[in-house]
Design a protein around this ligand. Sequence first.
Ligand SMILES: Nc1nc2c(ncn2[C@@H]2O[C@H](COP(=O)(O)OP(=O)(O)OP(=O)(O)O)[C@@H](O)[C@H]2O)c(=O)[nH]1
Ligand SMILES: [Mg+2]
Length: 265
Amino acid sequence: MLLPEGTHTVRPECATAPVTVIVPCYNEEDGLPSLLGRLRRMRKTTGSDDWHFLFVDDGSTDDTFGRLLRAARDESWIEVVRHHENLGLGAALRTGFAHARSPVICTIDSDCTYPPEKLPELAALINSGSEIVTASAWHPESAAAEGSRLRIQLSRLVSALYKLLIGQDVYTFTCLFRAYRRETIQRIRFRSNGFAAVAEMMLRGILAGCRVAEVPMRLESRRFGESKLKVSDAVIAHVRLLVMTALMVSARQARGLRRVGKLAN
Ligand SMILES: Nc1nc2c(ncn2[C@@H]2O[C@H](COP(=O)(O)OP(=O)(O)OP(=O)(O)O)[C@@H](O)[C@H]2O)c(=O)[nH]1
Ligand SMILES: [Mg+2]
């Protein structure tokens, strides 16, 4: 896979770990000490001490890259890739996937709005047969989400619309906190460069027939730094993606009808 021009890598050698966790970061210097501390404890207490964590710094203008570099120099489970300019969350995920060689690949938020300590539960579901496992804030069994009412309602609405279009019992399409089988990542080609990439991956995965599992999980509010999500950009990107999904679903239905027609003749 080709990497964007200006990509800088520090120890990108995720080949040997059973799980690689991709952590996209954009201007997250304030939250990094807390995140790294939690990951260190998690590795010690949950049997994930052989996992690798691949941080993708997406042209941060604060000290995110400097802090990651210093951490990577001291601890071999930390790897860092950097875009020289900000290319967006989807582009950062593509770069992370291009480097990750492990059979199980996870993605997480760097602001710990889903607890990283839950990752082994998601990875275990991949090992027992699922192809995509997602944290699910909008699952009926999830505890009430923290955060802005408007953001919560918009996110719920978007997922409800995708669920309706796709016609399957998946409740949450927008959580970055996920685990995938590596072959599944190789099958899913997504185009979005921004936040909509997360929903696009799930939609394309479901349409490709992947086995999806959801783990009900409470969305917590951000404790450090600022949100990178611009609501207006996200609304536009999701409207586009809803139209694209509707077209993909109707093309599939038309193919199905043609097949039935041929069988009947
Ligand atoms: N690499 C990269 N990561 C990004 C970019 N924008 C956001 N992220 C990361 O993606 C994750 C989610 O972004 P957030 O800003 O937390 O967005 P959110 O979770 O929808 O909103 P809040 O939690 O309320 O802030 C975080 O780890 C961000 O650092 C980007 O342009 N590039
Ligand atoms: Mg967040």
